[in-house]
Design a protein around this ligand. Structure first.
Ligand SMILES: *Cc1c(COP(=O)(O)O)cnc(C)c1O
Length: 220
């Protein structure tokens, strides 16, 4: 089996400099994260708060921790001291909670709005209209400790690359159209789309952050 270092090198080689790699480390032991770290990885993505906190405490402090999973408001406080980017904001209520906990830590926490682009009903996320309602809400100005810096989406779980491409293209169009609502707190800089099976398509469609797990660490 190829090593973590060789997987990372191969993936990085296929990425343009505008597209950064988030190594998705969920369920992996700290020893494997260290292997990735030693090979140069610094952006790590986790989907459970407790697991991310444990690894944050154990691992080098120059790692940037990205929360990519569905979040419960009561867990936000545990990651607020250190989280670097929250990819998975799917309600105004959650954004308010992140703002509150960011304030307590004297931080500004960068967030992405997660947009539902897949065919499956099960995946979390906002509709384009709901996301627009958040970025244009007069209430947003009061949330001075969060910034919305872009969008995230997950494509359908399908073998048809053209379906996936169309979904990514749709999200990129939303991202571009939201640029007309930019403000102090809203800036369309980061577009998080693409996983192990579809990150090259995502890159072609304009992704700036790809979230790759199994292609680095294997699927077991
Ligand atoms: C697990 C996960 C990934 C990575 O998936 P792989 O197919 O292992 O690359 C990306 N994004 C999210 C939100 C995930 O939960």
């Amino acid at each position: 089996m190829p090593s973590i270092a060789s997987n990372l090198a191969r993936i990085e080689q296929g990425l343009r400099k505008e597209t950064r790699l988030v190594a998705v480390t969920k369920t992996k032991p700290a020893s494997l994260l260290m292997e990735a770290y030693e090979a140069g990885a610094r952006l790590f993505g986790e989907n459970k708060v407790q697991e991310m906190v444990g690894k944050y405490e154990e691992l080098p402090k120059d790692i940037q921790w990205h929360m990519i999973g569905h979040l419960q408001t009561n867990k936000v406080k545990y990651m607020a001291p250190f989280v670097s980017l929250v990819h998975s904001v799917d309600s105004f209520r959650l954004l308010k909670e992140i703002d509150k906990e960011a304030k307590k830590n004297s931080r500004i926490i960068d967030c992405l709005l997660q947009i539902h682009i897949a065919r499956e009903e099960t995946k979390f996320g906002l509709s384009e209209e709901e996301a627009l309602a958040i970025i244009t809400s007069p209430e947003l100005a009061a949330l001075t400790n969060v910034r919305i810096v872009g969008l995230m989406g997950m494509a359908s779980n399908t073998d048809d690359p053209e379906v996936v491409r169309a979904e990514f293209r749709g999200l990129k169009n939303t991202f571009e159209s939201f640029k007309s609502y930019e403000s102090q707190q809203v800036m369309m800089r980061e577009l998080s789309m693409g996983m192990s099976g579809d990150y090259l398509i995502a890159q072609e469609e304009g992704s700036t952050l790809v979230r790759v797990g199994s292609a680095i660490f294997g699927s077991r």
